[in-house]
Design a protein around this ligand. Structure first.
Ligand code: BG6
Ligand code: MG
Length: 216
């Protein structure tokens, strides 16, 4: 029986995935490193430094650790400038309705995001006070596909993993939810992921609250 739902943030509740792309693209162009939307798909759900390593696979020179930190900081500065402009219109279809319907039904709700910018984004789009717990990139060492962020979210809600359902748009995030021993709903870019228990294009294409009621 599902008693808690843990939402990934970027690409599940908000449209920030494109801002990540724009910010990495600007940094990569400045450095003369080839980067496109296909490569960007591999960055979904993985941490900032791991994302940088994927981008640097196409670099023609080797970067020192210090230079890598500077590149990641530069990208984050571009990204933060973009997310500071976010408004509630950045919420994805069905996101708010789903969270509210679950809460009304007594289901606990949490955020499980690899992003260190999650608190800023939640505030910008006006949903910071909706959640029982927020687990994000500031609190974990290993990012998705490790189960850490979802296990932390469950712990913060005082819920065992087996009663938690994860909503993810990244293949790495689907893996992470499965590794945590949770039920997984794959949406958006991961909607074709056959390892997930449930799939939907967007949160408005599935009545998650009704699904959970039907499992009782
Ligand atoms: C995830 C995104 O939510 O957060 C990744 O899907 C991103 O693409 C990761 O790299 C880390 O984000 P941030 O904001 O800490 O750089
Ligand atoms: Mg995501």
């Amino acid at each position: 029986m599902i008693q808690a739902v843990i939402f990934d943030l970027d690409g599940v509740l908000v449209t920030t995935d494109d801002s990540h792309y724009e910010a990495w693209k600007q940094m990569a162009d400045e450095e003369g490193i080839y980067f496109d939307r296909d490569i960007n798909q591999r960055l979904r759900g993985v941490s900032r430094m791991e994302s940088l390593e994927i981008i640097l696979e196409r670099a023609e020179k080797a970067y020192t650790e210090e230079e890598k930190t500077a590149l990641a900081t530069r990208k984050n500065n571009y990204y933060v400038a973009l997310i500071k402009k976010l408004t509630p219109s950045a919420l994805l279809p069905g996101a708010l309705d789903t969270v509210n319907a679950l809460k009304k039904q007594g289901i606990k709700v949490a955020i499980g995001s690899s992003s260190k910018n999650a608190p800023t984004i939640l505030k910008q789009v006006g949903i910071a006070d909706l959640f029982d717990a927020v687990a994000d990139g500031n609190q974990i060492k290993r990012s998705k596909p490790a189960p850490d962020v979802f296990l932390l979210a469950a712990e913060l809600m005082d819920m065992p993993p087996a009663v938690c359902l994860v909503v993810e748009d990244a293949d790495a995030g689907v893996e992470s939810g499965l590794n945590a021993g949770m039920t997984v709903l794959a949406v958006g870019a991961a909607a074709g992921n056959q390892k997930a228990h449930l799939r939907a294009d967007t949160l408005s294409d599935i009545d998650l609250a009704a699904y959970i009621r039907s499992q009782k």
